[in-house]
Ligand binder design. Structure first.
Ligand SMILES: Nc1ncnc2c1ncn2[C@@H]1O[C@H](COP(=O)(O)OP(=O)(O)OP(=O)(O)O)[C@@H](O)[C@H]1O
Length: 331
């Protein structure tokens, strides 16, 4: 595995201004994505996955503000820039050409009154004005075929003429058009039926091999994580609480929350026996407490847990990083 960092998120905090006060959706999060690496961001609903990933591509929702941190990106020319302080114009040149995204809401990003071909042509022309339409369409056809679509039909269709699954795959082809180095996918398979899900996961793996880019993908589905990720990052209450290589994550999760997620996973749990859900619900992120945010739901907690937030610790074999006073060690 190549270990050159492509994206380094350092001590990132993001708050939403709400009627009840500031809600800290991302809290001091640090995360590295290496070149050619596929990283899965997991955690229950509302733990900050989408907020963190939208910050990378500068599409934070209204009311959200980065209060601290850096997002360092190594550009194709080798220079590193902080995406958070980059001028808008420069940022736009990076977007799609080096960093592409496919978000839950992005199915509606096709222009509803134009044929799909125009989205491909406009995207390519914006970055490569000298590319001819013929060249763009040839490349688009190749990519659409790769994602198992009838290229001619899709390019000549209006978005509403395509099913959800077709649109999702067409978006993937569009995201790859400019050969980005990093692709950010938010719930890439959520809108798809099981069979199409399997195809898309297989396809994402193939595409990664063919184009050797990096993925950051957000998902609730741990079975996809096991098939697609090289490394897993667990978030809870806006914090990153564990990161580990995928095999080690599933075999020996250190943080009780990661273990809880695995035990609550139907497909994986059934093979091993019982399926157990995590009691309770994530905390209100407006009320920040000093201890570990998972403590109220954790069966391993001690008084220390409710008093002090555990620091990020590296496991003895250097495989895991976890923030827990009472991790599962030697399992
Ligand atoms: N527009 C908004 N205004 C106020 N709070 C928000 C807004 N969007 C998200 N939040 C809050 O920020 C926190 C993190 O939300 P986020 O959507 O990033 O979580 P998530 O892990 O991606 O959840 P999901 O898996 O459901 O997409 C949650 O507490 C959520 O309620």
């Amino acid at each position: 595995m190549e270990t050159t960092p492509l994206l380094e998120i350092e001590n990132l905090s993001i708050s939403f201004k709400t009627k009840r006060g500031y809600l800290k959706a991302v809290n001091d999060a640090s995360l590295v994505i290496h070149e050619h690496e596929s990283v899965a961001l997991i955690g229950e609903s509302g733990c900050g996955k989408t907020t963190l990933s939208t910050a990378i591509v500068d599409i934070l929702p209204l009311g959200a503000r980065v209060t601290e941190g850096e997002i360092l990106y190594k550009q194709s020319d080798g220079n590193t820039v902080d995406l958070l302080t980059l001028k808008k114009k420069k940022f736009r040149t990076l977007l799609w050409s080096q960093i592409a995204m496919m978000f839950q809401a992005s199915q509606s990003s096709f222009n509803p009154v134009k044929k799909v071909r125009m989205d491909f042509i406009d995207a390519a022309k914006a970055h490569h004005p000298r590319m001819t339409e013929k060249e763009i369409l040839k490349k688009s056809e190749k990519l659409l075929t790769l994602v198992m679509l009838d290229a001619e039909r899709v390019l000549n269709a209006y978005p509403h003429e395509l099913s959800g699954g077709m649109k999702q795959r067409a978006l993937l082809a569009l995201a790859l058009l400019l050969e980005p180095k990093l692709v950010i996918l938010d719930e890439p398979t959520t809108a798809l039926d099981l069979l199409t899900q399997e195809k898309v996961v297989a396809l994402l793996n193939e595409l990664k091999e063919e184009f050797s880019f990096s993925y950051l993908f957000v998902t609730h589905d741990l079975s996809i994580v096991s098939e697609l990720a090289d490394r897993v990052v667990t978030m809870y209450a806006g914090r990153i609480i564990e990161t580990a290589p995928v095999a080690s994550f599933f075999q020996q999760p250190k943080h009780p929350y990661s273990r809880g997620l695995i035990d609550a996973m139907p497909k994986l749990a059934l093979e091993q026996g019982e399926l157990v859900s995590i009691p309770g619900t994530p905390p209100d992120l407006i009320e920040q407490t000093s201890g570990c945010p998972f403590a109220p739901r954790c069966h391993r907690k001690s008084s220390l847990c409710t008093e002090q937030m555990p620091p990020m610790t590296t496991s003895q074999d250097s495989q895991h990083e976890y923030a827990c006073w009472h991790p599962y060690l030697g399992v």
